[in-house]
Design a protein around this ligand. Sequence first.
Ligand code: 3HC
Length: 330
Amino acid sequence: MYSQGLNQAETDDTADATRAARFQARIDAEDKIEPNDWMPEAYRRTLIRQISQHAHSEIVGMLPEGNWITRAPSLRRKAALLAKVQDEGGHGLYLYAAAETLGATREELVDQLLAGRAKYSSIFNYPTLTWADIGAIGWLVDGAAIMNQIPLCRCSFGPYARAMIRVCKEESFHQRQGYEIMLTLCRGTPEQKAMAQDALDRWWWPCLMMFGPPDTESQHSDTSMKWKIKRFTNDGLRQKFIDATVPQGHFLGLTFPDPELRRDEATGHWSHGPIDWEEFKRVVAGGGFCAADRLAARRKAHEEGEWVREAAAAHAAKRAAKLAASKEAA
Ligand code: 3HC
């Protein structure tokens, strides 16, 4: 019996190894993996991890900007900011839907966030102190998000890649409206330009942290690159962002808060000073300046939205009952 059991275990291992090899061959051939396809449990789990955090980031990211909707300096700015914040909410819903195709329910993901057990992007723990912050967020935060999300349009997991294609179309509007705010301020009064400079000083380094820890400390990059969830490493995308953004800041007439920033004429890359990874770790661990406010706001919104969820569930149950009754009658 024992040897038969051993043989069975060996047979199972061989079958798993064969399936894993076939799966990797599909990834290497640039196949899209769909929800009903066989996938390694670790692939499914890391996608739920990343997609849920991405979704949480979109929803929590609505809060710092929403803070300025009632204080926008003109109706045009208010309308653009309203549209942007609504877009971010929609991005979150696409992403929760993509995570659900992997078997994670939206309720459990949201409960994890509300219980403080889920991550969202560190960048959304910083305060929006002036109107220029709304410009800096659009220009820098959405600019960084685009840099990170364009490669995700080629992610091996179909639902995530397709969600990203729609998201990226809207992100480019977000980035442009932010840069236009900064341009207007930089061409305005000295006080307005100083406000834009102050915003760049406060948002630049936290934006570089959005791309994740240095490659030497990234826990997931190797497998995410092997499975083509990620197409570039954290440091690779960070460098692309810096190279694209520094000339934009110089066009605005602003100075980056990094005395070591300089262009390497041979490579065309901008080298930069050290990033404060201790600050990054502290913020990711929940020590961000606005972390408690963000969670409190999300919990309050969730409680106040209970009646909407109940009404939607009652409506869905009524429709399902009506459909079942009409099927029976047919
Ligand atoms: N904030 C919070 N946590 C972060 C982080 C950040 N900026 N960067 C990395 N981490 C976490 C990771 O989640 C991981 O923790 P975990 O094991 O608990 O998940 C740990 O730090 C180690 O980092 P890794 O590099 O190993 O993790 P990843 O391979 O997942 O890379 C990532 C991190 C580049 C952020 C990747 O998860 C990713 O590309 N995510 C999808 C895009 C995304 O979330 N973008 C940012 C916010 S969305 C946004 O900006 C919306 C826009 O409209 C404004």
